[in-house]
Design a binder for this molecule. Structure first.
Ligand code: ADP
Length: 256
């Protein structure tokens, strides 16, 4: 089994990193200024996500899903309250530390895939490694990229560019790309929004398989109720508030 990276990441040397919670929001609020008024997008949200969770942040459009994913992804900070990632409170960090935390701990998947059109499948997956400070061993790097390509079922498509792939295949590339830095957490904002329902379900099932195999924590947002059911843990939002935080029976069965 190839394990997700847990060493040399921000927070890895902290005693609270050994606890199960990999993400913790405590009374988090997010208020966006909007002209002369403001939008209270997240209204005092508290929850924790355990290491290895496969969790859906669910709710209708405008309920605050993207805002919460941006807080967890260190793309934004709460107006008040705290967001802790691997035991580190994101509010107290410098821009440099935030960038390191984001690069080392989190992988991102986007609804519009965000692949580089001129790069082929292999090169797109490799791309995040060119941005980081560490320069992994060439052979190990190639082996891991090829392993990920196999994991997402694209072995025969390695040399193809995004415009030669279906939407589902593009999202598979994006999943492999999110995993290439061996993040502890993968964040996916509406990863199935641009896919038909069957392809969308297959993508979530693939993420779940990888969650089991690599023990990577997956957090994805969706407004699609069928997709929500595949998650082990669901946090349901409405109008900036958590209205439900439940673990599916299957997940409880799995933890026994
Ligand atoms: P969802 O992802 O569930 O659709 P969002 O988190 O995108 O919800 O948005 C929650 C609320 O915050 C919405 O009312 C949205 O219009 C508002 N909002 C989101 N981002 C901004 C922003 N940058 N500036 C002002 N309002 C925003």
């Amino acid at each position: 089994m190839v394990r997700a990276k847990t060493e040399e990441s921000p927070g890895a040397d902290r005693p609270d990193n050994v606890e199960k919670a990999i993400v913790r929001l405590t009374d988090a609020h997010k208020i966006y200024p909007l002209g002369k008024t403001e939008v209270h997008a997240v209204k005092g949200v508290s929850f924790s996500i355990e290491r290895g969770d496969f969790i859906s942040i669910a709710g209708p459009s405008g309920s605050g899903k993207s805002t919460i994913l941006n807080l967890i992804g260190c793309i934004d900070v709460p107006t008040s309250g705290t967001v802790e990632i691997v035991g580190t409170n994101t509010a107290g960090l410098s821009d440099k530390a935030i960038t390191t935390l984001r690069h080392d701990v989190i992988g991102f998947i986007f609804q519009s895939f965000n692949l580089v059109p001129v790069l082929n499948v292999y090169e797109n997956i490799e791309f995040p490694l060119l941005l980081g400070k560490s320069r992994p061993d060439k052979k190990e790097k190639a082996e891991y990229i090829n392993f990920l390509i196999e994991e997402v079922g694209l072995t025969d498509w390695k040399k193809h560019r995004p415009n030669e792939l279906s939407g589902g295949q593009r999202q598979r590339v994006a999943i492999a790309r999110a995993l290439v830095t061996k993040p502890q957490i993968v964040l996916a904002d509406e990863p199935t929004a641009n896919l038909d329902s069957t392809t969308g379900e297959a993508i979530i099932e693939l993420m779940k398989k990888i969650n089991r195999e690599l023990e990577t924590t997956f957090i994805f947002s969706t407004h699609d109720t069928a997709i929500v059911e595949i998650a082990d843990h669901v946090i349901r939002l409405h109008d900036g508030l958590v209205i439900e935080n439940k673990k599916n029976d299957r997940a409880e069965a799995n933890t026994v």
